[in-house]
Structures are given as C-alpha cells and as structure tokens.
Design a binder for this molecule. Structure first.
Ligand SMILES: *Cc1c(COP(=O)(O)O)cnc(C)c1O
Length: 229
C-alpha cells in the first residue's frame, strides 16, 4: 500500500468516526471542521491530503509550518502549538487560525504581525482546564480581559476557544467545561463561536460536547516519529 492509499483509508475512517459522532450528538456533520495535524510529516503528505479534499491543516512549529505553507498553497493553515512571542509575527504571515492564544503579549505580537502583513488572523483563546500554570493556556479567570484585548486589536479576530483535555481527566467532562467557558465568552462576544477540541483519541467526546474544530494527527497520518531534541 502506498502513502496515498494509506492516507485515503485513514481519512475515510476518521470521516466515519466524525459522521457517527455527529449523528449520535444530533449535530450536522457540517458543524464540525476537520483540521489535519501534519506536524512532523512532510509537505508531500499535505499535498496528498489536499488531493483527498482536506482543506484545513494544523502545525505546531513556526519554521516547519512556514515552509509547508509556502510549499502547499491554497490550504487554510491552523497553528495549534505552544507559540513563543518572538515567533508570533512570523506565524501571523501565513496562519489563518491560531488556536493557542493564551496571553496578552502574544495578542499584541500577532496583531502587529498581521497588520504588517495586511492580513487578518482568527484567534482562539487556549484555556487551561485544570488551571495548572505550568501548562499552556489561560485560566478561566483570564478569559474576559484577554477576549476584550483580542476584540480590540486590529489584524486579529476573536473566533472562540480551544483546549487540550488534561491527561487522566474524563475528556467529556473536560470538554463540557470548555463549552461552558465558550457560552460565557459568547455573552460578551457573540461571534466568537468556534470551539477547538478533540484529538485522535477523544474526538467523539469533543463532538458530543459541541466542538466545531477537531484537530486530528495520529488517526490520519500515523504515529509520529519520536521528536529529537
Ligand atoms: C499534535 C496535536 C494534535 C493532534 O493529536 P493526535 O493525538 O495525534 O491526533 C492536536 N492538538 C494539538 C495542540 C497538538 O499539538
């Protein structure tokens, strides 16, 4: 089996899972956008996924993402990883959606970069659901001020929220908490409707809770080679 056939089979399986999860939740399949997380995989895989109809691609490292975005035009690029402030200006030149906005300095840098590039970037506030300050994400208490800052910053649009389910927690109850944060956010910012939740292992729980973006790597592309640091 060649790589194109492997990716086609994996994509069919993921689409089946999404279809069943939406049906079980009484949601329309069109309410959930599949983001293929291609980090560590070559641009040729992105091109193969594009031929299979995938339009949304997620990456987590600036240099790798910038190279692939240049190599495979026409995709919608999502930045899903922890983002250093000094990389934000670069990310703002190619990313359409940044899922990991969790602090004021990052908002300012993204706004500056997007303005300089003449672009508008969708910003999702990454929420730390267990409130552990050592992990990425803003605390729930930080959300109103951070949301107002994004909403008032040119070049960025407040699109919604994102979370990674804490390890060992029940993903459904984690994602239910994220949806509660989203509901609160929407009282002040009604257009911030996006909810990024769900990965290969827990997409069903995320769709049941109300996710609008699922971020799927392993189930589409296979197990990533171990990172060399
Ligand atoms: C890598 C990554 C994913 C994809 O995870 P899989 O378990 O491989 O599907 C999703 N979200 C973020 C933030 C990631 O870094």
């Amino acid at each position: 089996m060649n790589r194109a056939q492997e990716l086609a089979g994996n994509l069919t399986a993921v689409q089946d899972r999404l279809g069943r999860a939406c049906a079980a939740a009484g949601r329309l399949r069109a309410q959930v956008t599949l983001v293929a997380v291609t980090k560590t995989w070559p641009a040729t895989d992105v091109a193969l996924l594009a031929e299979l109809g995938v339009r949304h691609v997620g990456e987590s490292k600036d240099a790798e993402a910038a190279a692939k975005a240049a190599e495979v035009p026409g995709m919608t690029w999502h930045f899903v990883g922890r983002l250093q402030t000094n990389k934000a200006r670069s990310v703002a030149t190619y990313a359409d959606v940044v899922h990991s906005v969790d602090r004021a300095r990052l908002v300012r840098a993204l706004s500056e970069g997007a303005q300089r590039a003449g672009r508008r970037v969708d910003a999702l506030l990454q929420i730390s659901l267990d409130g552990d300050p050592a992990r990425a994400g803003a605390t729930v208490d930080d959300v109103p001020a951070l949301a107002d800052l994004v909403a008032g910053s040119p070049g960025v649009r407040l699109a919604g929220v994102m979370a990674v389910a804490p390890l060992r927690a029940d993903p459904r109850s984690s994602y239910d908490r994220l949806l509660a944060v989203s509901a609160d956010l929407r009282t002040a910012h009604p257009d911030a409707t996006a909810v990024s939740a769900g990965m290969s292992g827990d997409l069903e729980a995320a769709v049941a809770a109300g996710a609008t973006y699922v971020r799927i790597g392993t189930a589409l592309l296979g197990h990533r080679p171990p990172l060399v640091r």
